[in-house]
Design a protein around this ligand. Structure first.
Ligand code: ARG
Length: 519
């Protein structure tokens, strides 16, 4: 295990976080499942120190980010009514809970911590099928899409939200003024760069940032919920009483409303990446999910109720920064300031956590031969996977330029749920191919079936109902992965000149392959 010292140091370092930090979600890299290589990290004893409470904190801390501060507007717009929007918020919570329970079974039978990649390999390319040309395709496409689309787009969305709020700190009238979108983008780009720097500079710094900022988001949620309770106690229920008035009739609208909501819940599968660090994984993985997800769902519902106890649906729809309007109603200018600050910090923390995990996902994919080698290198002294971090940042920067937050979120949810659905298929396949394997946690079969059906609906519904060219792009992009898969991954052809490129970046970034690192 010594020769991979640095690689594991990166990952190990990432674990020294208190619960709730997204950084902690980075588990041991995938074991032999994917590459057929021995799992180098096996020599490193992972400490099993995540108990039930920490598990719950981890789920809650990684899920709450930007979504609850930006999505209420989109959900209300798309559903058309107060009550239907609350139903969709709740529905997103239930769907995420069911997805997470299915993942709990996957996490307890597929022992390696490679997340979806490992489930896809076990499900679609077990044993000797690994050598077939078709078996590893789903797993490869998963890495391809996560590294090139999902992870950078989450970073871009969160940083755009952070920028949107941060800029208002310096403007009088905070919540109400219209902010120039070019400045928001420029600022979001700076946040991406700053966060990439922090993460490349030191794992300890990144995890410290994470902890401080996790506290900020809990404070923000608490303020909003308490404010809402006060307002309701004063009898302000006129907007909530509007019920289903104005609800949309379109299926596609409901599906895209789900896209907005599901973004806020994304991260429900994060505990699966740390199964090997749970003290009692078989018991605590499902338990933490059963406690954590309803907790987040209740928080989100309460926050939405609070918003509507304080402002009319029209006001909510008119505001880009709903939390700031909320603060204003309660404490005037100082309330605005508190909310702007809390949301800025919350999203900054979420962006930091997102960069942290994304960098490592790319790093792991590269180490398994699914990405170019240089992405699996780490900094010679800092032991951070800086090439992967930079790569993720570069794509996120490109995504920030043309897009607005709403369409990025749709794009994200659409693509993500194709792959969550795929994991349900893997689970069902494993029920058949690994019939006799003992399942410490067995999810009722109806759950993955329902999640699969819903994910098909979520993906197909909007395409049929209101086709948008973006969905076609996303689909084409997924398929385009095959162009790289056959020559580079399946046939392992060397790209001419790749050696020079690798050397160039190695010298430029002072990075080294993990297997020649001193510990
Ligand atoms: N739910 C988070 C938010 O509202 C986004 C999570 C992004 N996904 C992730 N695995 N980090 O901002």
């Amino acid at each position: 295990g010594h020769e991979v010292g640095s690689g594991s140091a990166v990952v190990r370092g990432g674990r020294s976080v208190v619960p709730g930090a997204e950084g902690q979600t980075e588990g041991k890299h995938s074991t032999s499942v994917a590459g057929g290589k021995p799992a180098p990290d096996d020599a490193v004893n992972l400490e099993r120190r995540v108990g039930l409470l920490s598990g719950v904190a981890l789920i809650v801390g990684t899920m709450i980010g930007s979504g609850i501060f930006v999505s209420p507007k989109g959900l209300l717009e798309r559903t058309g009514s107060v009550a239907l929007s609350l139903v969709v918020w709740g529905g997103c919570g239930v769907l995420s809970l069911m997805g997470a329970l299915a993942y709990a079974e996957l996490g307890t039978i597929v022992q390696s911590a490679g997340g979806e990649h490992s489930y896809y390999m076990e499900g679609f390319a077990p044993g000797d099928k690994r050598k077939t040309w078709w078996g590893p395709i789903p797993a490869f496409l998963y890495s391809w899409v996560s590294v090139f689309l999902l992870k950078p787009s989450s970073l871009a969305i969160i940083c755009l939200t952070c920028a949107e709020y941060f800029m208002r700190l310096f403007l009088t009238g905070g919540g109400n003024c219209i902010i120039d979108q070019t400045s928001v983008k420029l600022f979001a780009a700076s946040v991406i760069i700053l966060i990439t720097f922090i993460n490349s500079y030191s794992v300890a710094l990144a995890t410290k940032v994470q902890n401080i900022f996790t506290a900020a988001k809990l404070v923000a949620i608490l303020i909003i919920v308490v404010g809402g309770i006060i307002s309701i106690a004063q009898g302000n229920t006129q907007y909530l009483n509007k019920g289903f008035e104005g609800s949309t009739q379109s299926f596609g609208n409901v599906a895209t409303a789900f896209y907005s909501g599901l973004w806020a819940y994304d991260g429900w599968n994060n505990l699966n990446y740390v199964t090997e660090e749970l003290k009692r994984p078989y018991k605590d993985l499902p338990r933490a999910i059963i406690i954590g997800l309803p907790l987040v769902t209740v928080c989100y519902l309460l926050v939405n109720v609070s918003y509507l106890a304080v402002m009319s649906p029209e006001e909510l729809l008119a505001s880009e920064t709903v939390a700031v309007v909320f603060g204003d109603r309660f404490l005037g200018l100082s309330g605005q300031f508190i909310m702007i600050l809390a949301v800025t910090l919350s999203t900054f923390g979420a962006a930091n956590g997102s960069a942290f995990t994304s960098g490592r996902l790319c790093f792991v994919a590269a180490r398994e031969g699914h990405m170019v080698d240089v992405l699996s290198y780490v900094h010679a002294r800092k032991h951070t996977p800086s090439p992967a971090l930079l790569f993720n940042a570069a794509i996120a920067l490109i995504m920030v330029i043309p897009s607005d937050i709403g369409s990025l979120i749709d794009f994200f949810s659409f693509t993500a749920w194709i792959f969550y659905g795929g994991s349900m298929v893997a689970l069902l396949v494993l029920r058949y191919t690994m019939k006799d394997v003992h399942r410490p946690y067995k999810v009722p079969i109806i759950i993955p079936v329902v999640v699969l059906l819903v994910s098909v609906y979520l993906v197909v519904g909007p395409i049929i109902d209101s086709p948008q060219i973006e969905y076609l792009y996303a689909t084409l992009f997924i398929i385009a992965g095959l162009i790289f898969y056959f020559p580079l991954v399946y046939m392992k052809l060397a790209v001419p000149g790749m050696g020079h490129v690798t050397t160039f970046f190695q010298l430029l970034l002072e990075v080294v392959p993990t297997d020649i690192m001193p510990d």
